[in-house]
Design a protein around this ligand. Structure first.
Ligand code: PLP
Length: 371
């Protein structure tokens, strides 16, 4: 008995993430050139590890209050005040993903529509459907900049939320401030919530990324995390900041789901917020420059300004990006087909969270396949 009969109907159509499939394939290959990984290749800084180990030794292993340790919340509030002159309610989540699920659970009625730019982070479509909503991806091809006109054209009387992600996954594109402002105005005009996924906010190479918080703080739910900035992907820590009622409804739902973020990791988060990551950011800026110079001339792509991804177009001689990726994988290079993040299968994602040697070797092989 496989147990298939126990599975709910609305869960069956959800496929396993294409990223996971490549991840699992990578685990079976001998020494692949892995340019598919969505996590930094630097270790968690030592002071953060020490803070977590000390917390475990000091028996700080129990539940915390649902919203997270007051000391951590206070430090987050201080940073938001400093960054945006903003004093929202703040609440500690189990990774940004935890905050995203709770936000959707709290806000989306059956049939409620959620607009987000395409390409998008893999979870968006699935989580929206899981809570009974309807995903409304809006194409940003081919420059991947936020396009307020296209966003407005997608708004209906069922629209509840606009989700933005900048720097973006899979594009690495940082949206222009004017466009973020225009979308914030649309949200105000149509009484919509903006969910701003800023998981890559610290990995930004050409200036600070504009945020919806600067333009519509009263209707923005800011979601941030520690996964990418501090390489804490497995430790599951993030935070949500935004309107009072929304934060209390999300906290209510947290009581019955995640309960709280792991306490020792919250101690790590507190140490993280006072950790200087500029050296790591500088290394990633150089990796961004390296991958761009390797791809230049051989692939069409938009230069990324943040995160650790670039999203080039598959060469024209392939039927689609998946066909190109199959060839790349047969030559030992792991990359992700664009259809994982999009309604289209024309592009592919390279993660440059890898050694410089692997970036160079992988790009050489991809260039060979491009002919
Ligand atoms: C755009 C985006 N949002 C959210 C997440 C998930 O972050 P977390 O590990 O904090 O749940 C990721 C991870 O890849 C991401 O790329």
């Amino acid at each position: 008995m496989t147990g298939a009969n126990f599975i709910a109907e609305h869960v069956k159509p959800i496929g396993s993430s294409g990223i996971r499939r490549v991840f699992e394939l990578g685990a079976t290959m001998e020494n692949p050139i892995n340019l598919s990984i969505g996590q930094p290749d630097f270790p968690v800084p030592q002071n953060i590890k020490d803070a977590m180990i000390q917390a475990i030794r000091d028996d700080h292993n129990g539940y915390t209050v649902t919203r997270g340790m007051p000391a951590l919340r206070d430090r987050i509030s201080e940073q938001l005040k400093e960054e945006f002159d903003w004093s929202p309610d703040v609440f500690v989540t189990s990774g940004l993903s935890g905050g995203l699920l709770l936000a959707l659970m709290a806000c989306i009625n059956p049939g409620g529509e959620v607009i987000f730019p395409d390409p998008y982070f893999v979870s968006y479509t699935h989580l929206v459907k899981l809570v009974g909503g309807v995903p409304k991806p809006v194409s940003l091809y081919d420059d991947f900049q936020l396009n307020p006109d296209r966003i407005e054209a997608a708004i209906t009387d069922k629209t509840k939320m606009i989700m933005l992600c900048s720097p973006g996954n899979p594009t690495g594109i940082v949206f222009r401030d004017d466009d973020v402002k225009a979308v914030a105005e649309l949200a105000r005009k149509h009484d919509l919530l903006i969910v701003s996924d800023e998981i890559y906010n610290m990995l930004s190479y050409d200036g600070p990324p504009p945020s919806a918080v600067q333009h519509a703080p009263e209707r923005t739910l800011l979601l941030r995390g520690f996964s990418k900035s501090y390489a804490m992907t497995g430790l599951r820590l993030g935070y949500a900041a935004g309107p009072t009622t929304l934060i209390s409804e999300m906290a209510k739902l947290q009581q019955y789901t995640f309960v709280c973020a792991p306490q020792p990791v919250q101690y790590g988060g507190l140490a993280a917020l006072d950790t200087d990551m500029s050296a790591e950011v500088e290394i990633y800026r150089k990796k961004r420059d390296l991958v761009c110079s390797e791809l230049e001339g051989a692939f069409e792509f938009c230069k990324p300004s943040g995160g650790f991804y670039v999203f080039p177009k598959a060469p024209a001689q392939y039927a689609n990006a998946t066909e190109f990726i199959e060839q790349a994988i047969s030559q030992n290079v792991l990359i992700i087909p664009g259809e994982v993040f999009s309604e289209r299968d024309t592009h592919f994602r390279i993660s440059y969270a890898a050694s410089d040697d692997h970036i160079r070797q992988g790009c050489q092989i991809l260039k060979g396949l491009a002919g």
